[in-house]
Design a protein around this ligand. Structure first.
Ligand code: ADP
Ligand code: ASP
Ligand code: MG
Length: 828
């Protein structure tokens, strides 16, 4: 004998009923089968609404209408598609149940109250109609069915809406039925009957929402079935709710205990009470897909696949945490038992309990629907203690979720909890409470509900899919920005092969940011920008707008990439870091603002566990910052520094050696993308000064930009006003002086170089004359060279040399930083 339970999703339409009938026909060839059915999907919700609104006539009529329409649509569609289908039987059943519902409604209307046992009868009507319809469908294929009535044997306690079955009594009552059953028998799920104290039969009960799974398990015990099959709308149990986690993987096997933990902590594919009976009687349970019967499904049994691992992750929403605390709790025997007894008396189920070792506080989670009742009853129970200040006011915190990691193999495994908690930190999730029982089969955390999806996604990613994501928002698509887009576009495929999902969700130019929830197609990003602007879809770049997008689409590793030289954006990095963004930038403005802001950036990044990466602010793609940071971390000390820090000035001064004029060399450097968008930033020495300040601060010197002694290439009396073009045409006025200075140096066998140096804690940027023995003599053509003299590196300095400007190397450096946002993930 096998028990087959078909859930509401498997009975949602006429087509589904036909699929179910086909499965029954097939299965009944080889074994007797007992079928348990739910109400067609959605029907119970209409019935529940009716039971809750007995005083609202208008609403009642609407809900009754919805209920009738759902059933008649199925009956009509079956009549149209199965010639032998006799609809009268089901139509008559619908009329009878409708009359019954109306009578209940009249009664409850008069009473202005719907007693729970009546409510149970109302909300279980859908199951009875499913039986009537499926019976007719099977009869149309000449399959004779035995109808099983749960009122005859499925005994429960008298909790009308969330009853628990009495397995021993139910089994005993059923005892002699087996031989009388046809090859196929049929029973409505969800329904039981209460036993009175005197042993006599009581009222109809229901087994809790989603409870038909439980009915099937009880029937399987009564029939001593070899297997209890739960047919639903997914291929089996996944390692996370597949609606929430697209990458969720199907599990072939689960132990009873694992299934129990998962269903208890929210995996709605199985009602939590289902596993108890079948585990107790060692009945295998198979989860199958009605729409894909060929799929093997998930087998739940005593077997385990023996692998030491975390199996799955689940979430349970709509919870409230209750805190009972105060000096009166400490060491007082019986306090905990009074709290628990109060909840039990009120029939409030406690989902999770945690107590601090100081015994000052007991916290527990309940379903939010019970919070009012819980609060009231605790206030009554502890009235005296509350009055005397032995207890603090009962505190409730709602809109919480529990996320649980489940797996038999977690037993004795080290590092699981650590990985779980750092995953939560990565998702910027604050943990409200924690629970792990000593079987080590599950670890559960209580978190704020609005963070649940992010917590699930990151944990799933770190434990199962190992597919880290990088979600980019790029501001600025000038020379570096557009080169970066081209590089990302070329690399996207190979990163995907390495399991890194890197997508650009937003690109901004001066008109605003254009978003795409699927990631912008980088081969056609310009047209996406144009279209976005035309359709007024470009939004201002702000932490709020970006955060709203990240929240709506549950992105877990958002990275703000700023490839502008915009000051206002640089000054808002702290907001982005605070909102959970990593920030990657070649923009020097943020690191060269006040020392205070410099420190705020770092402390915010640390607090929110986000990275602030700016390798390309000095030496473009050269690994300057990283090297310096590592040296300092290793206890080194910067003693002296000198270098050519500007690619454009390296190029321009190199060209001066060759006899080119300043204005011509600057124009070519600008064209090659070596200069800042405004070459005045380079020639004024400001750009080099900023880089020098960044180096100095990295080495621990709390300097400000005003502390840097700058010799500008542009003399004080030079008129550098106007726009970039005006400036460029004015620049030739300096050609004569600079060429003369260059020629004078040359006469002494020297060249002019624009050098930044740090000596004795002082920073200076100046045009220096150096001879051929000087290491910077040969540095030109856009190259940078940096000599770090330190405690470890002496007498020879640590030298870094290579192209320090240009779109390709800068974009590659930024790309490198973007990928470094992942190392944090991988370390944890
Ligand atoms: P039925 O109508 O068959 O009783 P349910 O809606 O009660 O179906 O349960 C099936 C649903 O459970 C699936 O559609 C799926 O969205 C959800 N679910 C939640 N967690 C899991 C999980 N870990 N594995 C599979 N399904 C899950
Ligand atoms: N029909 C009931 C419900 O919707 C029972 C079930 O589907 O299992 O809760
Ligand atoms: Mg279900």
């Amino acid at each position: 004998m096998r028990v087959l339970k078909f859930g509401g999703s498997s009975l949602a339409s006429a087509e589904r009923f036909r699929q179910v009938a086909d499965i029954i026909k097939d299965k009944s060839q080889s074994s007797k089968v007992a079928i348990v059915v739910s109400a067609p999907q959605g029907v119970t919700n209409h019935l529940v609404a009716m039971a809750e609104n007995t005083n609202d006539q208008e609403k009642l009529v609407t809900d009754l209408g919805h209920f009738k329409r759902a059933i008649t649509t199925i009956i009509d569609d079956l009549s149209a598609s199965i010639p032998e289908f006799k609809s009268q039987h089901c139509e008559q059943a619908l009329i009878n149940y409708e009359h019954q519902l109306e009578r209940f409604m009249q009664g409850t209307n008069l009473l202005s109250y719907c007693p729970d046992h009546i409510r149970a009868r109302i909300i279980s009507t859908g199951e009875r109609l499913s039986v009537a319809i499926l019976d007719s469908v099977l009869q149309s294929s000449d399959i004779q069915v035995s109808l099983l009535s749960p009122e005859n044997f499925l005994f429960t306690n008298d909790s009308s809406l969330n009853a628990v079955a009495d397995l021993v009594l139910s089994k005993e009552k059923f005892n002699n039925e087996y031989d009388k059953l046809n090859q196929v028998s049929l029973m409505p799920g969800f329904i039981g009957i209460s036993v009175k104290k005197d042993g006599s039969e009581g009222q109809v009960t229901t087994l809790g929402r989603n409870g038909s799974d439980y009915s099937a398990a009880v029937l399987a015990v009564c029939l001593q079935a070899e297997c209890c099959e739960i047919w639903t709308d997914v291929d089996g149990v996944y390692n996370a709710d597949p609606r929430m986690i697209k990458e969720a993987k199907l599990l072939d096997y689960l132990s009873y205990q694992e299934a129990m933990e998962l269903s208890y902590f929210g995996a709605s594919v199985l009602h939590p009470k289902t596993i108890g009976p079948i585990a107790q009687y060692h009945i295998a349970c198979l989860i199958k897909n009605t729409s894909n019967p060929a799929a093997p499904g998930t087998l739940i049994s005593n077997e385990n696949d023996q692998q030491k691992r975390v199996k799955a992750i689940s979430n349970l929403d709509d919870l409230t945490m209750v805190n009972v605390s105060g000096p009166g709790m400490k060491g007082m025997v019986g306090m905990a038992s009074r709290v628990f007894a109060t909840m039990s008396r009120e029939n409030v189920s406690m989902v999770l309990i945690s107590q601090s070792s100081s015994e000052y506080c007991i916290s527990f989670c309940i379903h939010s629907k019970d919070e009012h009742q819980a609060e009231q009853s605790l206030k009554e129970e502890f009235e005296l203690e509350l009055l005397n200040g032995l207890l603090e006011p009962i505190a409730l915190k709602s809109e919480l979720s529990i996320v649980s990691l489940v797996g038999d193999g977690m037993h004795h495994q080290r590092g699981v909890a650590a990985k779980f908690f750092s995953s939560l930190a990565q998702a910027s999730v604050n943990v409200v409470a924690i629970a792990q029982d000593s079987s080590e089969r599950s670890i559960s955390v209580v978190i704020e509900q609005h963070k649940c999806i992010a917590a699930m996604k990151v944990s799933h990613q770190n434990f199962f899919s190992h597919k880290p994501a990088i979600d980019i928002f790029l501001v600025g698509c000038g020379v570096v920005g557009s080169e970066l887009i081209a590089q990302i576009s070329r690399q996207q495929k190979s990163l995907k092969e390495q399991n890194v999902a890197l997508k650009v969700y937003g690109i901004a130019n001066s008109k605003g940011m254009v978003f795409d929830e699927n990631g912008i197609d980088l081969e056609n990003w310009q047209s996406a920008m144009t279209k976005g602007a035309e359709n007024n879809q470009a939004l201002p770049v702000s932490a709020e707008n970006l955060k709203a997008f990240v929240r709506e689409h549950h992105l877990i590793n958002p990275v703000l990439v700023d490839s502008t030289s915009n000051e206002a954006l640089a000054m808002s990095y702290v907001d982005y870091l605070a909102e959970g963004f990593h920030v990657v930038t070649p923009n020097k403005k943020s690191n060269t603002d006040s020392w205070e802001y410099y420190q705020e950036l770092r402390s915010t990044a640390q607090k929110t566990n986000r990275r602030f990466l700016y390798e390309t602010t000095v030496g473009a793609g050269l690994p300057v910052i990283d090297t310096l940071q590592n040296l300092i971390k290793a206890g080194d000390e910067l003693q002296r520094f000198e270098g050519i820090l500007s690619g454009s000035l390296s190029y321009i001064f190199g060209k001066l050696d060759e006899g080119m004029s300043l204005s011509e060399a600057t124009a070519i450097a600008k064209e090659n993308g070596f200069t800042e968008p405004d070459p005045r930033d380079d020639l004024s020495g400001m750009d080099v000064a900023r880089k020098l300040l960044i180096m100095a601060r990295e080495a621990g010197m709390p300097l400000e930009i005003s502390d840097i002694n700058i010799e500008s290439v542009l003399p004080n009396d030079f008129d550098d006003s106007g726009d970039v073009n005006e400036f460029m045409s004015n620049l030739s006025k300096l050609d004569g002086d600079i060429s003369a200075r260059c020629a004078a140096a040359k006469a002494e066998g020297k060249v002019l170089r624009y050098i930044g140096n740090i000596v004795d804690g002082k920073c200076k940027v100046s045009i220096d004359e150096v001879d051929s023995s000087h290491p910077l003599y040969s540095v030109k053509e856009g190259e940078n060279a940096l000599a770090i003299h330190s405690r470890y590196y002496q007498p020879l300095p640590f030298v870094l040399r290579g192209y320090g400007a240009g779109a390709a190397v800068t974009a590659a450096g930024v790309f490198g930083d973007i990928l470094r946002t992942l190392t944090w993930e991988q370390q944890h």
